[in-house]
Design a protein around this ligand. Structure first.
Ligand code: GLY
Length: 465
């Protein structure tokens, strides 16, 4: 945990947004795999972690604005639990470490909230993303299960998003660490990949490295020779000379902060000429997007900058044609770049996605209201502020099924040269991705350096043989 002042300060800043009512936070519970006692690795809810720092399952906390107190609801370990799991720090001790003055048994939460409801006090809560917490809120506050999400407190969502979006110096240390461990995972993957190796061997080594110092993966490893599949979690292919490996993996520190990096490298010692040309284009778009980062710029404009750079390059290669400004405005480039250029990152790899993309990535003035293919997957559009941490991750993806579908209707025929695109149907995909913090006047890359240029990657690959 951080020092208790970090958590009390965070709670005090949150409290400044509310004059009265109750702010209710539910922690996560254990999640069974196939029977009750065989559980997935526990992960605390990120907002709970942010305000209270305690990783124990089955907790709730109340910040009572009217009584001016914070209460942790949970149960000390039973003797049965101590027999099986060993004695751990008491809840009272953990509450002290978080600067929380009072601990109550979990059974008392229901009557506490009922008392508040009787007095018609507002109970603010965040939208639950796990079924058990949805059920719990429905029962605690007497709501229909289907209405829980829509009854979540907009003022609490907005206050939490505003606060968690701007990372403190303490958080940036963790985020730097997460990106550095992620860079180690990527370097190792580049060094170990060989023809005849299974994707799963590299994915397993990445997982081991993420776990090594007490952390974890921030999300399941995407490591694939089919990089055109945006989130490909299948690891059953065997690498062969001529393939590209797309590795999108990131570490989570033991404090819960995420890293999220992507590199694409050849299984052989060198990129072939087609791969070299396409990689150079993605890297140029990445550099253009990174150079555009600064406080005050809309990330939507950074995205357009990256899309335009990709589209111009594809036009030079003969895959696109016409005016690329128009092509990008209409969404024609999305045949090759179907997603957004980046997203916020923090305690979650897609930071606060559970609180709603409209609130995290957009504003009341810049609403997320497009259905345009490609653009609709951009999770971040709003103006950047110092302290925001985000990814920059342009890519080019040749998805045979999508190419076939668009070609059949000659979709965007004025912008796409389908005869040429046909010859790239088996190309696969390329993405490069790093993590950045927006500073007072510019930006800073998080974590240690990781090879990204063709020259540096080929040097590493040459030593792998
Ligand atoms: N890098 C995985 C993701 O952004 O979803």
């Amino acid at each position: 945990m951080f020092k208790k002042e970090e958590y009390s300060n965070r709670r005090n800043r949150l409290k400044a947004n509310f004059k009265s009512g109750i702010l209710l936070f539910l922690g996560n519970e254990e999640s069974p795999i196939n029977f009750f006692d065989n559980t997935y690795q526990f992960r605390q809810d990120s907002s709970f972690l942010y305000y209270f720092g305690i990783k124990t399952p089955k907790l709730a906390a109340v910040i009572d604005m009217d009584e001016d107190r914070t209460i942790l609801f949970g149960d000390e370990m039973s003797i049965e639990e101590i027999v099986w799991m060993g004695q751990q720090q008491t809840l009272q001790h953990k509450a002290n470490q978080s600067g929380i003055e009072r601990v109550e048994a979990s059974i008392n939460l229901s009557s506490y909230l009922k008392g508040a409801k009787t007095k018609e006090r507002t109970i603010h809560f965040l939208p639950p993303y796990r079924a058990e917490n949805r059920l719990k809120i429905a029962s605690l506050i007497n709501l229909a299960i289907d209405s829980v999400k829509e009854k979540a407190s907009l003022s609490l969502i907005k206050a939490v998003v505003a606060q968690r979006s701007v990372k403190s110096a303490t958080e940036l240390i963790e985020l730097d660490l997460a990106s550095s461990i992620s860079a180690d995972m990527h370097l190792m993957a580049m060094q170990m990949a060989k023809p005849r190796m299974k994707e799963s061997e590299i994915a397993a080594a990445i997982y081991a490295l993420a776990l090594k110092d007490g952390g974890n993966l921030a999300y399941p490893v995407i490591l694939t020779v089919n990089g055109q599949i945006l989130h490909n979690h299948y690891h059953g292919n065997t690498l062969k000379e001529g393939d590209l490996v797309l590795n999108d993996s990131g570490a989570e520190t033991n404090m819960g902060y995420a890293g999220d990096l992507t590199r694409t490298f050849p299984v052989g010692k060198k990129f072939n000429s087609r791969q070299n040309e396409m990689y150079s284009l993605v890297l140029a778009a990445y550099t253009t997007a990174v150079n555009a980062l600064k406080p005050g710029i809309k990330y939507l404009d950074v995205h357009y900058t990256a899309c335009l750079a990709l589209a111009e390059g594809l036009r030079e290669m003969g895959l696109m044609k016409g005016n690329m400004q128009d092509a990008v405005a209409e969404g024609a480039h999305a045949l090759f770049f179907q997603c957004g250029t980046g997203h916020m990152m923090g305690l979650d790899v897609h930071d606060m996605e559970d609180l709603g993309e409209q609130y995290v990535g957009y504003t009341d003035e810049l609403k997320k209201n497009t259905t345009q293919f490609g653009l609709k997957s951009l999770r971040l559009g709003k103006k950047l502020e110092p302290g925001y941490v985000l990814t920059v991750e342009p890519g080019l993806y040749f998805i045979p099924e999508l190419i076939e579908q668009w070609k059949t209707t000659n979709k965007f025929g004025d912008f796409i040269n389908y005869n040429k695109v046909e010859t790239y149907k088996d190309f696969g995909g390329i993405r490069v991705e790093d993590d950045y913090v927006i500073t007072e006047s510019s930006y800073r890359k998080l974590g240690k350096e990781l090879a990204i240029s063709i020259k540096d990657i080929e040097e590493i690959r040459a030593k792998a043989y």
